[in-house]
Design a protein around this ligand. Structure first.
Ligand code: ZN
Length: 267
């Protein structure tokens, strides 16, 4: 209830701000209050908040198939992506890689391998900019160039886009829609459960996933540009076999999010 109450309070505050036309007075970089109730830099977003600003965004899919969408963000990265691909192959699973355009351009062999092994490449912008903090023209440029980087290997893959960190806004949602793209968020995040170690995380997330869910993990650690990062993904890699083993025991199959969407009703 506390979360619902907080959401209602934030929504009311956003409406008041919007009606009063005070948004322009908020210091740059403007942070979408509706999505960052805890302040900038905190990943407090929830599916309800995202749905409020981007109703076309996909968080899960209603389906009769025993499918779960596996998604990996921020790659390709030569330190982690090859091992992630090996684990997926070992478990007979396929996935969607929401790749950063600049990383695709830096590692064309990995982009080629991802597609050759039956996975999909999708759009995670060109430079991993936090889209809710830049203007509409920059959002459009990032999504367009991200789609182009991916299209060289997966022609239609970039039609699905994931804003970095899932941080979105009404402006991001409008730009995404105007380009004919659709945002994909997630139901569960593997890295959010790593606090008790990789094996516990794999078990916990694997046990929690239901048919139609979308799981977020990361095959990319390094991103250059305005929001640089260099993250060790070894614990993600260690958690992955446990999660896939758990899914296998429950007769759930990992598929690209494109397959899940095509075989069900996105929510
Ligand atoms: Zn990302």
């Amino acid at each position: 209830m506390a979360q619902v109450d907080a959401f209602a309070a934030v929504s009311r505050r956003s409406v008041v701000l919007g009606v009063a036309g005070l948004c322009a007075l908020v210091a740059w970089p403007r942070v979408d209050e509706a999505l960052h109730p805890g302040g900038p830099g905190r990943e407090t977003d929830s599916p309800a908040l995202r749905h409020d600003v981007d109703p076309r965004g996909i968080t899960r899919v209603s389906t009769t198939r025993r499918w779960v969408a596996l998604t990996f963000d921020d790659g390709p990265d030569p330190r982690w992506t090859p091992d992630v691909l090996d684990v997926l192959h070992a478990y007979g699973c396929r996935a969607t890689f929401f790749a950063v355009g600049s990383n695709v351009e830096a590692h064309p062999d990995l982009a080629r391998r991802i597609v050759a092994e039956g996975h999909r490449l999708s759009n995670h912008t060109h430079d991993h900019l936090w889209l809710d903090r830049v203007d509409a023209a920059t959002v459009t440029d990032q999504l367009t160039r991200g789609r182009e980087a991916v299209a060289a290997y997966d022609r239609q893959g970039g039609q699905l886009a994931r804003p970095p960190r899932g941080w979105t806004s009404r402006t991001v949602a409008r730009c995404t829609s105007d380009l004919g793209l659709r945002s994909v968020f997630w139901t569960a995040c593997l890295e959010s459960s790593l606090h008790d170690g990789p094996v516990a995380a794999g078990e916990e997330v694997g046990a929690r996933l239901r048919a139609g869910d979308i799981v977020l993990a990361h095959d990319g650690g390094r991103v250059v540009g305005p929001n640089p990062q260099d993250i060790d993904r070894s614990r993600t890699l260690a958690a992955l076999p446990t999660m896939l083993e758990s899914l296998r025991r429950r007769r759930l199959v990992g598929v690209p999010v494109q397959d899940l969407v095509a075989g069900g009703t996105p929510r």
